[in-house]
Write a protein that binds this ligand. Structure first.
Ligand SMILES: Nc1ncnc2c1ncn2[C@@H]1O[C@H](COP(=O)(O)OP(=O)(O)O)[C@@H](O)[C@H]1O
Ligand SMILES: [Mg+2]
Length: 455
């Protein structure tokens, strides 16, 4: 009689109580197998009662294999888990379809959780009729826990990286606001000094003099030498007060400009932060100007000469705050790389280019220390830094951000002393592309790359 084509090895006849006894050697092999395999193997009847189990399975339940026979999962597991296993087995019996490599969570009555990788198959007799199920479960608790710990660590890493990127931008904001506050302070002090020394007090002296002479003012002006000098004195005083007023107006103008500057910086940072996760058409020249504004004080302090070479390009398809973060990072790196140069020789080029691939590029080019060939890929690793006070997050988080926008960040250098070029490539915004912005939540925008891939 031919066996059912999909049938797994027939159940040993000794177990079904029908047919001829299984040959001695096969029985021996099966016994040896069940006795020593570390995995949990079981054979169950149509009511999911154990017919036979591996020693490992019995040991885990604190019984011998013989004691397990006739029992069910309900005797060992929490109800919900036993019910689920039972339903799966009944489905296999009904459909004849196996269930392979299923990751199962086991919850024990004492609350312990273990994980198993399970395959369950229909158990057929010699005629191919389903008479139960059999299966194998491998305890994978350790590797599941390891993987969970890895995922958790990855999330923490991404979060740290994201915060480091934001910190770089925040540092730019604080530097700028701090510098403007210094100039506000200087101007306010000037104003205060000027008011303290103001000639305005001289008017009081004139008033007092006139009050003293009030009995005979015409006589005072006609005969007293002080009266004769008074008109000239008043004219000089008027001129001095007028000059004071002009200077005060000019200082107040400077003060208002500085306050506007602070407002601008804060507004810019907020406008970037508030659009996290929004993909939009982004004018590259504006993004570069904003990044320069944030870096300007540091660039001036380090005497870096900046050249703009902007081609006309379509807007990029990008997230504004990410691009700003990347550019601020690249500019800050370039500036530091040029510290080795004479101040008068520090040159940075910011270039915008089209490509034939429907992408747009921003190049940040410096003539600083350069990068040895061995380091060209390493510099993008998390934590890689060659700087004493570096942390090695900038390029890693920038490259991640570029990737998340469908772009890339790459580095080029002819070697030590030869300067470096960083290229941020982004997809171009297609003309006519819907302006309904793809809004993602901030968490999604920063989802770890591996998690995004596995979805
Ligand atoms: N413009 C550049 N020129 C030369 N080397 C650079 C440049 N930008 C980055 N690097 C190298 O890449 C490393 C990593 O940069 P980054 O990730 O921003 O971290 P950090 O600035 O904290 O060192 C730097 O330490 C430096 O060795
Ligand atoms: Mg850096």
């Amino acid at each position: 009689m031919s066996q059912h084509p999909d049938a797994p090895p027939a159940v040993p006849a000794a177990m079904t109580g029908s047919g001829s006894p299984i040959p001695q050697i096969e029985s021996l092999l099966l016994q040896a197998f069940l006795a020593s395999i570390p995995d949990h193997i079981y054979f169950k009847d149509l009511q999911s009662r154990f017919l036979a189990v591996s020693q490992a399975k019995a040991t885990r339940d604190n019984l011998t294999p013989a004691q397990l026979i006739g029992k069910t999962d309900f005797d060992f597991f929490a109800e919900a888990h036993a019910r689920k296993a039972y339903d799966d087995e009944q489905a296999i019996i009904r459909t004849g379809q196996p269930m392979l490599d299923k990751l199962e969570k086991e919850t024990w009555p004492d609350g312990r959780v273990t994980w198993v990788l399970t395959s369950k198959l229909p158990l057929r007799d010699d005629l191919g009729k389903v008479i139960g199920t059999f299966g194998i479960s491998k305890d994978v608790t350790k590797s599941v826990e390891t993987q969970k710990a890895l995922e958790e660590a990855n999330l923490q890493l991404m979060e740290a990286t994201r915060q480091a990127g934001m910190a770089e931008v925040a540092t730019g904001v604080l530097h700028n606001v701090g510098n403007v506050l210094t100039s506000i302070n200087v101007t306010a002090n000037l104003l205060s000094d000027r008011f303290r020394d103001s000639k305005v007090t001289s008017i009081f002296k004139v008033c007092a003099l006139l009050r003293d002479q009030s009995a005979d003012l015409p006589g005072f002006f006609a005969k007293d030498p002080r009266g004769a000098k008074l008109p000239g004195y008043l004219e000089n005083l008027a001129n001095a007060l007028d000059q004071e007023r002009t200077e005060t107006m000019s200082d107040l103008g400077t003060l208002l400009k500085s306050i506007d500057h602070v407002k601008d910086i804060i507004w810019m940072q907020q406008s970037y932060a508030s659009v996290a996760g929004v993909v939009e058409p982004l004018a590259l020249n504006e993004a570069i100007e904003d990044a320069i504004k944030l870096s300007n004080n540091a660039l001036l302090r380090h005497n870096v000469h900046v050249t703009r070479e902007f081609a006309i390009t379509p807007p990029a398809r990008a997230e504004r705050h990410k691009v700003l973060q990347i550019l601020v990072n690249l500019i800050s790196n370039a500036k530091k790389a040029m510290d080795v140069k004479e101040p008068s020789q520090r040159r940075m080029i910011l270039r915008i280019e089209n490509t034939p691939q429907n992408t747009v590029q921003i190049k940040v080019i410096d003539n600083g220390v350069g990068i040895p060939p061995d380091n060209l890929t390493k510099i993008f690793s998390h934590g890689f830094t060659t700087r004493k006070d570096g942390h090695g997050f900038g390029l890693h988080s920038s490259a991640n951000a570029a990737k998340q926008m469908g772009g890339s960040l790459s580095a080029f250098s002819q070697g030590p002393g030869k300067g470096a070029t960083f290229v941020l490539e982004l997809p171009a915004w297609k003309e006519g592309e819907s302006n309904s912005l793809a809004v993602k939540s901030a968490e999604q925008a920063f989802a770890p790359i591996s998690a995004a891939r596995s979805v």
